[in-house]
Ligand binder design. Structure first.
Ligand code: FES
Length: 125
């Protein structure tokens, strides 16, 4: 069996939503304690719905694939739903990640949560 699923390879080779949103409503940045890689997430939010999301990463292929999939999963969703997205759900949507690469998917989950926490803090929620 191949180490990485076709979906992982697809999102790694053709990542969705890579880039920066200049006038983002929410920005989050996290580092991965295990490998030192970094993930930054930008979002546009209107009426509590994530209308656009982009990411930049200094991370491995699994982190890129996880972030690409995670951004697709939260686009168009309410903030409350995006806050509940787990790295496990992202990995499942990618048809799995090798065990020793699961920590890479945590980077995507934490960057989303960090952005949304900053957003809520900025609004005084
Ligand atoms: Fe660092 Fe994957 S090895 S995010």
């Amino acid at each position: 069996m191949a180490l990485y699923s076709e979906k992982v390879m697809d999102h790694f080779l053709h990542p969705r939503n890579v880039g920066i949103i200049e006038d983002a409503d929410a920005v989050g940045e996290v580092g991965n304690a295990k490998c030192g890689d970094i993930m930054k997430m930008y979002m546009k939010i209107e009426n509590d719905i994530i209308t656009d999301v982009k990411f930049e990463t200094f991370g491995c292929g699994s982190a890129i694939a996880s972030s690409s999939m995670a951004t697709e999963m939260i686009k168009g969703k309410p903030v409350s739903e995006a806050l509940e997205l787990t790295n496990k759900a992202v990995a499942e949507a990618l048809d799995g990640l090798p065990d020793y690469k699961m920590h890479c998917s945590v980077l995507a989950q934490e960057a989303i949560q960090n952005a949304l926490e900053n957003y809520r803090a900025g609004k005084g929620d």
